[in-house]
Design a protein around this ligand. Structure first.
Ligand code: HEC
Ligand code: HEC
Length: 144
């Protein structure tokens, strides 16, 4: 009896772990629509794309602007860039700013909310939590 219960538990845990891994693998991005075959993808066009690979390349910069608005920050909040003699900024591919990796995790999380939780009705966005704050307010104001 004891053995039986335990092996069932192990099987259930195994299935859960597999399910989780599966979910992480499909949750590529929050914003990527199913792209048409001829569309150039961000994973191809840009140098260091880890989660937004399937996002059409011409949508990447608009999505970046959405992050700015949702968190009320500038590009430099996540990116360490340099301004060249021509006035152009380069270095967006660098991972030296740790906030950029935190943002990657957030993109995965938002994608997973939309893919895995029916009640969310695919409405999850950065703005949903951040509401124009780099760090979301997680507690309601104290009522006196
Ligand atoms: C909240 C954080 C955040 C903000 C704000 C942000 N970015 Fe990004 N950006 C990222 C992340 C994360 C990636 C990498 C995505 C990935 O790995 O799939 C990225 C990737 C990029 C890339 C691709 C670089 C390459 O060659 O790999 C460019 C270009 C870029 N961002 C430009 C911008 C610009 C311009 C702005 C401001 C309008 C901006 N970003 C604002 C987080 C941010
Ligand atoms: C379900 C709520 C939720 C969603 C959706 C969400 N975030 Fe967050 N985010 C948080 C919380 C909570 C924190 C942690 C704040 C803290 O450390 O105090 C955070 C932190 C961050 C940070 C680190 C900020 C810092 O100052 O270190 C970045 C960057 C970020 N989020 C970007 C994003 C982006 C981009 C999206 C959309 C792709 C997103 N978040 C979606 C809740 C959310």
């Amino acid at each position: 009896m004891g053995m039986e219960v335990r092996s069932v538990r192990v099987a259930v845990l195994g299935a859960l772990a597999a399910g989780l891994l599966g979910a992480v693998c499909v949750a590529h991005s929050s914003n990527a629509q199913e792209p048409a075959k001829s569309v150039e993808l961000s994973g191809k066009k840009f140098k260091n794309i880890k989660v937004l690979k399937d996002l059409p390349a011409d949508k990447l910069i608009p999505v970046m602007h959405e992050y700015n608005t949702a968190l009320n920050v500038k590009c430099s909040f996540c990116h360490d860039t340099t301004v060249g003699p021509d006035g152009k900024r380069t270095g967006y591919e660098k991972d030296t700013n740790k906030v950029k990796n935190q943002a990657r995790e957030m993109i995965l999380m938002t994608g997973k909310l939309n893919k895995s939780f029916k009640a969310v009705d695919k409405q999850a966005t950065c703005f949903m939590c951040h509401h124009g704050h780099p760090e979301p307010e997680t507690h309601a104001p104290e009522v006196k």
